[in-house]
Design a protein around this ligand. Structure first.
Ligand SMILES: C[S@@+](CC[C@H](N)C(=O)[O-])C[C@H]1O[C@@H](n2cnc3c(N)ncnc32)[C@H](O)[C@@H]1O
Length: 275
């Protein structure tokens, strides 16, 4: 099935997929970004044991990220943090601990099942400086210049309008505020069979931006000092079911499979709103 063309269609398909994955996590079955299997090279082993000791097991089970933005974002006590596409809430709960009682952590997600799971995890963690918001990352329901740090984990690749997400992130950040996001990125073209595959899209691969393109779009949105640090590189076999549907996989030539090696990566993307 080909990728949908309108923003609403993309949202519907992504919401359905992540609603199902939230329910799997609620049943204590570890889902993974797009695959539903428990041994995914993209999502596994992202958090160190000293971090995870403090969050409910159910938040860890629901983790569908591709990096660990809270470990890299240098959050400070008193910061206001916003997590775009907060899922089951793990990065919001970790951020809330880092910013402490004088800070605040918002999570934003469009999928009701994820929001319910995140709120249940918030209650289990006893976190008071946390709020989960229902909405779209393309229309962030917060005022201008109200956030110190934007984090996100494997979500912007899923948006049907990434420029709008970056403009919204810029709008809600305070002057001097930081964009500190983990996401899947690419280096070089992906085969057309993968780029057009909806399973690859919801699996966080087909919608990933090329690194150069990501940096150019951040700059167009107004950000400065943008950089991308590669945290993981995937071979074709690492990607497994996240790569694409069985139909798209069958359509790949041996050369295309080989060329996929290393082109899909997890990156940590940093940028700043000028002071
Ligand atoms: C791959 S999961 C990542 C969840 C979380 N960040 C984590 O690391 O576990 C993607 C999440 O983003 C949400 N999402 C995707 N597109 C969105 C959009 N346009 N607006 C709001 N939420 C979105 C989904 O509902 C899902 O919870």
């Amino acid at each position: 099935m080909n990728t949908p063309s309108t923003l609403d269609d993309v949202r519907d398909i992504v919401r359905r997929k992540y609603g199902e994955l939230a329910l799997l996590a609620t049943q204590q079955r570890k889902p993974c970004c797009g695959t539903g299997s428990g041994d995914d090279r993209i999502t596994r082993d992202l958090y160190a044991p000293d971090q995870t000791g403090d969050v409910p097991e159910s938040a860890l089970l629901a983790s569908l990220g591709c990096g660990n933005p809270t470990a890299l974002a240098e959050l400070k006590p008193g910061d206001t943090v916003l997590d775009l596409g907060s899922g089951g809430g793990i990065d919001v709960l970790l951020s809330a601990k880092r910013v402490g009682p004088t800070g605040f952590a918002y999570g934003l997600d469009m999928t009701d099942e994820m929001l319910a799971l995140a709120e249940s995890n918030r209650q289990k963690a006893g976190a008071e400086n946390v709020k989960f918001l229902r909405g779209h990352i393309e229309e962030i329901p917060l005022p201008d210049a109200s956030v110190d740090v934007i984090i996100s984990n494997c979500v912007i690749n899923l948006s049907g309008d990434k420029d709008r997400v970056l403009r919204e992130a810029f709008r809600v950040l305070k002057p001097g505020g930081r964009f500190a996001v983990s996401d899947v990125v690419t280096e070089g073209d992906l085969p057309e069979a993968v780029r057009k595959d909806i399973e690859s899209y919801v699996g966080c691969v087909a919608g990933a931006l090329d690194k150069e393109d990501y940096l150019a779009r951040l700059s167009a949105a107004g950000f400065v000092d943008a950089s991308i640090e590669v945290t993981r590189r995937y071979t074709f076999s690492d990607l497994g079911e996240s790569c694409c549907s069985s139909q798209a996989m069958a359509a790949l030539t041996p050369e295309e499979r080989e060329r996929l090696d290393g082109r899909v990566q997890s990156g940590f993307i940093r940028a700043t709103k000028p002071a």
